[in-house]
Design a protein around this ligand. Structure first.
Ligand code: UDP
Length: 338
């Protein structure tokens, strides 16, 4: 088959590799001027900076882990996060060390301390209005001193950075960067893999899907500090800041620190987080039904399937969809389509 892949992020690169490995002719179209999607990293003042916010890879899925290990070795950097709270700095998720620092807390006290203000900034609504799918992402409490943010068996950062990993995934494929949004429509394809927002594919016929976006601020030449600090307080308007020198364990004297400010997606910024509230999910269901009845296009990834997917879930989802396509099987029904 002659397959067009729209987007050169994790979903697009996974699809391109899988399809090409099985003898299909792939061509990738990317509107940004570089590959790597939101995993894109580059050296800034000698520090490998994650350009779209922190991307600490973690998975419990050995298949995904093996898949990515074909393209890069991973170092063993695992994420530890501190929360800047009204009671002082404590590890998050709330663990035995946090309890030592501020006393033991009930789930309600933890919610108020760690989630209320941060979520208000992140989503623009109070914690109680968040859908369960978001609230359940971070554990309230750990009855141990375990201080890693994620507990997955496999964790790390590509040892030369994500951009190098993407170059290896897309090596030898035809990749166009800096494209106009609809350039790929000028040609005839046997199949399209679409990793952009599904509403754009269908010309917004059911309206625009809502997203949260982020704005970043960079501070070069600061002293090294903890890798990530979450601002679980009302006085700082950013949600988290990251010292990027930790990703590749760079022993620099001056590091680069970024701060993240959440905002609504308004068409002029980037789509980062789908907003999985009922109204948006009902709107997405209409698009998903269109997709279901269209055998010539497959939607994958966070934007294509309007799901708050972690990196490993994006790879797993794309691998599964490509296996079906390669085997000539029908698409798996999307549970959100009904
Ligand atoms: N969250 C919070 N306080 C924190 C960390 C997370 O309130 O210190 C909430 C917030 O609503 C956030 C969600 O938990 O959007 C998921 O957090 P995660 O760290 O998984 O966010 P991501 O890294 O995907 O942005």
């Amino acid at each position: 088959m002659k397959v067009c892949i729209v987007g050169a992020g994790l979903a697009g690169a996974t699809a391109a590799f899988q399809l090409s490995k099985h003898g299909h002719q792939v061509e990738v179209f990317e509107v940004r001027t570089q590959i790597g999607g939101n995993c894109y990293d580059k050296l800034q003042n000698g520090v490998m900076v994650h350009q779209y916010g922190p991307h600490a890879f973690h998975t419990g899925n050995p298949v995904v882990w093996q898949f990515l290990n074909q393209f890069t070795r991973f170092n063993d950097v695992a994420l530890r996060v501190w929360a800047n709270t009204p009671l002082g700095m404590i590890p998050i998720p709330f663990n035995n060390q946090s309890a030592k620092l501020v006393g033991d807390m009930t789930p309600k006290m933890i919610r108020d301390l760690l989630f209320k203000d941060y979520s208000q900034k992140q989503w623009g609504v109070s914690w109680t209005e968040l859908p369960k799918s978001i609230r359940n992402r971070v554990p309230l409490k750990r009855a141990s001193f375990e201080s890693y943010y994620h507990l997955d068996r496999y964790q790390g950062i590509p040892e030369k950075g994500y951009s190098e990993m993407f170059s290896a995934m897309l090596e030898g494929k035809s990749v166009h960067v800096g494209c106009k949004e609809n350039d790929w429509r000028r040609y005839k394809w046997d199949h399209v893999i679409f990793t952009g927002s599904i509403d754009t594919y269908y010309g917004f016929c059911h309206g625009e899907l809502p997203y949260r976006s982020l704005r970043f601020e960079y501070f070069p030449s600061l002293p090294r500090r903890e890798v990530q600090i979450n601002e679980c307080n009302p006085w700082n308007s950013w949600t988290r800041s990251v010292d990027h020198s930790h990703w590749l364990r760079q022993k620099v004297r001056n590091t680069v620190i970024s701060r993240e400010y959440p905002c609504e997606f308004d068409g002029s910024n980037e789509r980062f987080y789908p907003k999985p509230w009922d109204a948006a999910l009902a709107q997405y269901a209409k698009y998903a039904r269109l997709a279901q009845s269209d055998p010539k296009v497959t939607f994958v990834g966070r934007l294509g399937t309007y799901r708050y997917l972690d990196m490993d879930k994006t790879v797993a989802q794309t691998m599964a969809a490509m296996s079906r396509l390669i085997a000539g099987k029908k698409k798996q029904p999307d549970p959100l389509a009904s």
